[in-house]
Write a protein that binds this ligand. Sequence first.
Ligand code: HEC
Ligand code: HEC
Ligand code: HEC
Ligand code: HEC
Ligand code: HEC
Ligand code: HEC
Ligand code: HEC
Ligand code: HEC
Length: 381
Amino acid sequence: MLLCAVLLLPSGAGAQTAVDAATAAFNDDVHAAAGIACSACHRSAAAGIYAAPARTAIAPLCATCHGDAAFMRQFDPQVRVDQFLQYQTSGHGKRMSAGDGRVATCSDCHGSHGVKRVRDARSPVAPLNAAATCGRCHGDAARMAPFLRQATAPGEWSASVHAAALVKRGDTSAPTCVSCHGSHGAAPPGVASVVNVCAQCHLREAELFRASPKRDIFEAIGQAECLACHGNHRIESPMDAWVGVQEGAVCTQCHDASGDSGAAIADIRQRLDGLQTALSAADLVLTRAEHAGMLVEDGRLALQTAREHQVQSRALVHAFATAPFATTAAEGLTAARRAHEAGDAAMRELQFRRQGLGIATLLILAFLVTLGVKIRRLPPG
Ligand code: HEC
Ligand code: HEC
Ligand code: HEC
Ligand code: HEC
Ligand code: HEC
Ligand code: HEC
Ligand code: HEC
Ligand code: HEC
């Protein structure tokens, strides 16, 4: 037993550095602030011995307090005390309780000294830090290989629209690892529950999908709902060109031009393109009119309406049927044509004014010339 303890303990100067480092970090720690001492986690601290607990012992250690409702409510009556229970349902917790220390435990995600509140921006699980915290293991191929898992999730997520929104634009409503997997109960969503994960934030698309024929079709072929076309980690900004039966379209994974569905897909694409072309053309003529100093408020308003219909029709792609998509796309097209007509009218008006101005200038010139001639012909006075 003594031999064991000696082997586990770091020795000499190294041990002192570790104690100093822990003590320094503990100065700014939520536990220190709550009046908790080193000895709460290191039972032998009184003897000056700070042995790192075995990895499999850490979660039960944290849970002695965090699973004890009566104790924790002294500090905060609203506090949650289910972290350990949730953890035990996760892939991490199951392996850990089976004695495998290579998976995540409490201190991997929260630290052990210098622990911050989870709402603190410096917490390793804060929205901007979580991907790096998970990535220490999930981005390390050598660590994931023994579990036959890829280490691609963090890199792929970093290249996604979600990371761009969160990291570059500071939009904390964009998801990081824990938004989709959960924290203590971290698990991959099952094939049939992905739609629920995405629906937390993309309700419109999820509702359309659930009401569409694709729902039963995907269930029958065992295809995960949103993932077939969007993927899970490297989610990109979608384009109209994704719809179609030609190369580059996501539908070609399963469809070609044949049959009713092929025809429906080609029709949807044609309407999307038609709307986009009409929008661009209307925008061009309105911009030209504005540069020439014309007021085209009505045209701009119609263009705005057309854009809103375009946004709606893109979402309506998730109905995977011609209706109600076609109606909205047609309304968008009508509004875009109205905008174009307003631009054309402004340009005609401009033309008219220019002609009018030209004639007026000519008349004035003619008048001045006549006047000049008349003046010269006047007898000298
Ligand atoms: C909330 C629980 C907790 C408290 C309080 C705590 N520790 Fe720790 N300590 C841990 C855990 C968990 C580990 C093992 C994981 C690790 O190394 O991060 C550890 C590891 C250590 C180690 C070994 C580090 C190594 O590299 O081997 C030292 C030394 C240590 N703690 C010192 C202290 C000192 C000194 C204090 C008080 C100032 C303290 N600890 C307070 C949980 C705690
Ligand atoms: C895989 C990473 C991970 C592990 C492992 C983990 N946590 Fe957490 N923990 C989080 C995240 C992320 C949050 C932020 C809130 C959320 O998303 O649930 C959090 C929140 C908390 C909170 C704040 C209250 C709450 O529940 O929101 C406490 C306390 C906590 N964890 C304690 C623990 C304890 C104790 C363990 C071990 C039994 C543990 N955590 C294991 C990631 C983790
Ligand atoms: C001796 C009891 C005790 C132990 C052991 C303990 N904690 Fe705590 N922990 C607390 C108390 C008390 C708080 C402060 C609660 C409050 O004020 O809301 C706290 C707060 C936290 C918070 C901040 C929660 C929040 O509100 O954001 C985290 C994270 C945390 N502990 C993680 C851990 C981890 C990880 C371990 C194990 C390494 C651990 N705790 C072990 C008592 C303990
Ligand atoms: C200390 C390393 C480590 C950290 C940190 C870590 N994980 Fe893991 N995680 C693993 C390992 C190893 C596995 C593989 C376990 C297996 O295959 O059974 C795993 C498995 C998973 C799984 C699959 C579980 C299952 O049931 O199939 C998910 C999801 C997951 N982790 C999410 C996360 C998230 C989210 C975070 C950050 C909040 C995180 N992990 C942090 C090591 C870690
Ligand atoms: C937008 C939601 C979302 C985000 C954000 C996200 N994931 Fe996932 N992840 C998923 C979905 C959905 C699956 C299930 C894939 C399947 O069933 O084919 C998955 C699967 C996984 C798996 C298990 C599959 C495997 O090959 O091991 C791990 C581990 C994982 N993700 C880790 C992470 C990590 C780490 C992050 C952060 C860097 C992250 N995920 C961010 C949605 C997400
Ligand atoms: C926690 C909320 C949240 C979750 C969960 C979530 N997303 Fe997102 N998603 C966002 C935010 C925020 C944006 C950025 C919107 C923007 O660019 O304005 C976004 C952007 C997108 C975009 C690009 C939209 C565009 O117009 O460029 C797609 C596609 C997308 N998400 C698909 C998914 C899928 C599929 C899932 C599930 C695997 C998912 N999202 C889960 C919040 C979420
Ligand atoms: C993972 C495979 C898969 C992908 C990807 C896919 N589909 Fe399908 N879809 C099917 C299957 C299977 C059917 C049923 C057989 C059929 O009608 O061709 C179907 C049927 C349809 C139908 C007819 C539905 C009905 O009323 O019965 C439409 C419309 C359709 N898909 C549109 C699309 C569009 C648009 C895309 C691309 C944005 C797409 N699909 C991508 C598998 C897929
Ligand atoms: C069969 C393929 C397919 C499936 C399944 C699918 N999408 Fe899409 N999604 C698309 C296409 C194609 C676009 C681009 C439409 C466009 O821009 O014309 C798109 C666009 C989006 C956008 C961008 C905003 C918008 O509505 O234009 C979001 C967000 C989105 N999808 C979320 C989801 C979610 C959430 C699910 C699951 C419920 C899902 N998608 C399922 C093909 C699919």
